[in-house]
Design a protein around this ligand. Structure first.
Ligand SMILES: Cc1cc2nc3c(=O)[nH]c(=O)nc-3n(C[C@H](O)[C@H](O)[C@H](O)COP(=O)(O)OP(=O)(O)OC[C@H]3O[C@@H](n4cnc5c(N)ncnc54)[C@H](O)[C@@H]3O)c2cc1C
Ligand SMILES: *[C@@H]1O[C@H](CO)[C@@H](O)[C@H](O)[C@H]1NC(C)=O
Ligand SMILES: *[C@@H]1O[C@H](CO)[C@@H](O)[C@H](O)[C@H]1NC(C)=O
Length: 519
């Protein structure tokens, strides 16, 4: 059912009108069960369209209403209501997930998790208790004010849960492992509305699954999450970075990533290398490679690492010293920056990100892949905004943890490579979905991936794609690993037999959502 948008009517009027709708009756049936402060906002009410906007502009999930939850009970009641009426629902924290499977949500209920954003530090200061909808920046800022930090996504604008449930990469992972490795326990609301605790001692099989395939089993309302004192790091509060810009020629890509490959074995725990290939006609008509190197320590220490890159005569160099709080800005992914929030509000920009996780560089293959990306981008002006990332996180902490603790399959992969193709998702003239451009973006991304996978196969890798970067064309083996799939499916049958959580890279296809739960 698609309701006609009611423009310029008061919220109260729209609500009253909606209340008459017998097929949902959200206000009458669910409303009284929600806590004070929780709110239901319907399609057609002012601001609704703005609030369901996502970073992904292609085939977004479709919602009839938003429930702004304020407590775990609100999540339970909303899920009970939705399943009773067989209405699809989706937890949304910050709306950065972009798997195509999300568009299977039609006429659903959006459970807006952002009201669950409390944070408190334990008495012994070893962990924080955080709400299931808290944003990275809220965690970083609160901990910083108390002399603490932890592993969070590099971007300030993504949530903690959304990132951690897929494994989760962050700057401090070289010391402590993935985001998901910091989780001590979670509160999880299941498809039948029950809320349970999941940890190393309770519901242990789910604990294994939630850390890598966590979007499949329930809604996380709270996490206990390890934290660390800033004074324990050799670099203390000081971080520095350099961004070196080169024309993205084959020669430059080969030279830069031959050096980067040589630094993999010695890369410090508090160090991050991050390359980005883009074409920004406002800057230059040639594609550029921006190679970032960041270090927990002063610029004087960083220069030993960046000297060989300087010897390649970059066209430009930017450098700065700051703290952990400045890192997102150094990487140009700060909360209000264009890559973070603004992108979510670019109307109608489709995005196909095609990730490959690999154990080490095959420089020949990378050169060929970047070359392909440059070719695709320069010959398609419609793909403005597209980029390709080469992420060389420190992985010592990740690799030192037993892979058996969680389903996350890529502990031995040291590099995350991903082209991300942007395209206008709606035809400017007809207003129709730009399916041909979407297909071209997919095809281009897949061609780049094929080159990278081929190269990685020579080194025994290339079979994994990070689930949180996946666009939806990946196999389940690629995102969850071959070994874990049977266990995931067994858990699915036990905890979500109707596949209510089947919308984000689902371990079972989402079509199987028919029928009613016993409640
Ligand atoms: C700008 C940008 C920067 C990024 N940076 C990083 C990074 O540094 N490290 C990294 O590993 N990844 C990063 N990613 C990828 C990121 O992990 C995914 O985009 C992730 O899906 C974002 O989660 P979200 O909560 O922000 O998005 P949402 O779209 O709100 O959620 C994504 C999925 O998680 C589910 N979900 C969200 N909250 C909950 C919850 N509380 N309980 C259960 N399910 C929930 C949703 O239902 C949805 O299926 C980045 C992505 C972008 C766009
Ligand atoms: C910076 O370099 C100096 C000299 O090599 C070294 O003593 C110091 O430990 C380094 N600091 C950091 C934070 O790496
Ligand atoms: C909900 O599902 C879980 C897992 O299958 C089960 O243990 C629990 O008893 C169920 N709760 C109710 C109220 O049926």
């Amino acid at each position: 059912m698609r309701l006609l948008p009611i423009l310029f009517v008061s919220a109260a009027l729209a609500t009253a009108w909606y209340e008459k709708d017998a097929s949902t009756g959200i206000l009458k049936e669910l409303g009284p069960k929600l806590s004070q402060g929780a709110r239901v906002v319907f399609q057609g009410e002012e601001g609704f369209e703005e609030r369901i906007k996502r970073r992904q502009g292609w085939e977004a999930p479709d919602f009839r209403a938003i429930v702004d939850v304020k407590s775990e009970e609100d999540v339970q009641e909303t899920i009970r209501y939705a399943t009773r009426h067989n209405i699809p629902f989706l937890a949304v924290s910050t709306g950065h997930g972009q798997s195509a499977s999300l568009s299977k949500v039609q006429d659903g209920i959006m459970i807006n998790m952002r009201g669950l954003n409390a944070i408190s530090i334990s008495d012994d200061a070893t962990y924080a208790t955080v709400g299931g909808g808290i944003k990275g920046k809220e965690v970083i800022d609160h901990l910083w004010a108390h002399g603490k930090q932890t592993v969070t996504g590099v971007c300030e604008c993504v949530s903690l849960s959304g990132v951690a449930l897929g494994g989760g990469h962050g700057i401090l992972q070289g010391h402590h492992g993935l985001l998901s490795d910091q989780i001590l326990s979670l509160r999880l609301v299941l498809a039948n509305g029950s809320a349970i605790t999941v940890s190393e001692t309770e519901n242990t099989e789910l604990f294994w699954a939630l850390r890598g395939a966590g979007h499949n089993f329930g809604v996380v309302t709270e996490l206990k999450y390890r934290i660390y004192g800033i004074d324990q790091y050799p670099g203390g509060e000081t971080w520095s970075y350099e961004a070196l810009t080169y024309p993205a020629t084959r020669e430059n890509v080969r030279a830069v990533y031959s050096i980067a490959k040589g630094q993999m074995d010695t890369q410090l725990e508090g160090m991050m290398i991050y390359g980005m290939v883009t074409l920004n006609p406002q800057v230059s008509n040639e594609p550029i490679l921006m190679h970032h190197v960041a270090l927990n320590g002063p610029l004087a220490n960083l220069s030993a690492w960046t000297k060989p890159y300087h010897d390649l005569a970059p066209a430009a160099v930017a450098k700065e010293e700051g703290t952990f709080l400045d890192l997102p800005r150094f990487f140009q992914i700060e909360d209000r920056g264009p890559a973070c929030n603004a992108a979510a509000h670019l109307p109608g920009t489709g995005k196909v990100r095609v990730p490959v996780d690999i154990p080490t560089y095959n420089v020949d293959a990378l050169v060929a892949a970047v070359d392909k990306f440059v070719q695709v981008r320069t010959s398609n002006p419609e793909f403005a905004g597209s980029f390709m990332v080469i992420e060389q996180y420190s992985t010592k902490g990740v690799r030192s943890i037993d892979p058996a603790v969680s389903v996350f399959p890529s502990r031995q992969d040291k590099l995350l490579l991903a082209p991300e193709i942007f395209y206008p998702s709606l035809d400017a003239e007809t207003g129709e979905q730009n399916r041909a451009l979407h297909e071209l973006a997919v095809q281009s991304g897949e061609e780049i991936k094929r080159l990278l996978v081929q190269g990685a196969k020579e080194q025994g890798g290339g079979s994994h794609s990070y689930v949180n970067y996946a666009y939806g064309g990946e196999t389940l083996e690629e995102v969850y690993g071959k070994e874990g799939l049977g266990r995931l499916r067994k858990l699915k049958r036990e905890f979500d037999p109707r596949n209510r959580f089947g919308y984000y890279v689902p371990v079972e296809p989402a079509e199987e959502t028919e029928g009613h739960d016993e409640l």
